[in-house]
Design a protein around this ligand. Sequence first.
Ligand code: 5GP
Length: 116
Amino acid sequence: MTEETLFSKIINGEIPADIVYEDEYCIAIKDIAPKAPVHLLVIPRKIIPRIIDAEADDQALLGHLMLAAGKVAEQAGIADAFRLIVNNGAGAGQTVFHLHIHILGGKGFSESSLGF
Ligand code: 5GP
């Protein structure tokens, strides 16, 4: 069995979180340490440690996560300007090894910068 993660504990209700969306395949929560006025995380119920660990069988799930991210951004009122980020590996800043998409928005972006 895949080891539990911080996010699977949130999904199971063992650790509290502000859940803003959930469906059969994923949940979305407010990030505990927001890096932008709106900072949400879309997390699959299935534990995939990093995006690089996703397999061909996960194709539909990955598409579902992107569609869910759009819905969640819309629901949060930032449909016109938001950024999706997936950190892969500690070297890229990944700290929780359970795939998640960051949704960042609620303030202006500089066109060329990937920073926030
Ligand atoms: P990563 O650095 O792995 O891409 O992103 C992990 C994110 O999870 C970070 O932005 C961090 O603030 C958030 N986070 C860490 N622990 C918790 C927690 O217990 N609850 C919530 N809601 N977010 C968390």
